[in-house]
Design a protein around this ligand. Structure first.
Ligand code: ADP
Ligand code: MG
Length: 232
């Protein structure tokens, strides 16, 4: 199992006010799955994604990622696991304006100490994989929103992680460019065996996944086929 969550709880504390958000999430996700997470605004979707991505810590429960109990790791160890295992895509594309598309994609490799040539080669490969092989020399503002999100996907995958976490990745996109991005997810899942967890509030987006997990009040209230649960 790639992701194994058991009884995960999480509250936020602001001053004296404690807001319980996750009340015991138990869910397993295998390698190669494509899972959509739905739920009303405030139901804890982003909180759960941050925990899955080792960007935050649970208060209780256990998280086993890729066979390793990551619950007890310190911040540096978590960062190491995160860099190797997880790519992130967010609603905002977060591309650096002054860098070309190819440079944006290569940046994580440059940070990791890859040579220029190696980084460039890998960036080109990834851009081809998301259907943007010809646009590496452009600046981000010369691309459509859908294309920019595909660049962000290429960047997220440049270190070859087995897991992609996407929090409302189509939230800023119109219907047509949403389809563009979903096609890329589908292809990466089918052809590369990439495991994908995507948060969305759009039933149409959830329908593209193979499995749907619905949260309500910090609990899993549905886990099954998107066709059955996407409009619940
Ligand atoms: P969703 O992504 O499903 O809309 P979130 O996980 O972002 O929901 O938020 C769940 C609840 O936790 C909300 O009530 C939100 O206000 C609260 N919350 C989220 N992040 C924080 C934080 N850093 N500090 C305090 N409360 C937070
Ligand atoms: Mg959210």
């Amino acid at each position: 199992m790639l992701i194994d969550l058991k009884g995960i709880t999480k509250s936020y504390q602001t001053g004296d006010v404690v807001t319980p958000v996750l009340h015991g999430i138990t869910v397993g996700i295998d390698r190669g799955e494509y899972v959509a997470i739905m739920g009303q605004s405030g139901s804890g979707k982003s909180t759960l994604m941050n925990l899955l991505g080792l960007l935050d810590r649970a208060d209780g429960g256990t998280y086993t990622l890729n066979g390793m109990d990551v619950t007890a790791l310190d911040a540096a160890q978590q960062a190491e696991v995160r860099n190797k295992t997880i790519g992130f895509v967010f609603q905002s594309f977060n591309l650096l304006k002054r860098m070309s598309v190819a440079e944006n994609v290569a940046l994580p490799l440059v940070y990791a100490g890859a040579s220029r040539g190696e980084a460039k080669k890998r960036a080109t490969e990834l851009l081809e994989r998301v259907g943007l092989g010809a646009l590496g020399g452009r600046m981000p503002n010369q691309l459509s929103g859908g294309q920019q999100q595909r660049v962000a996907i290429a960047r997220a995958l440049v270190n070859n992680p087995p897991l992609l976490l996407a929090d409302e990745p189509t939230g800023n996109l119109d219907t047509k460019t949403t389809e563009e991005v979903l096609k890329v997810f589908e292809q990466l899942n089918r052809e590369q065996g990439l495991s994908i967890v995507i948060v969305t509030h759009e039933p149409d987006v959830a329908h593209h996944a193979k499995r749907l997990v619905r949260l309500r009040d910090g609990l899993v209230v549905f886990d099954g086929a998107p066709a059955e649960g996407a409009h619940g």
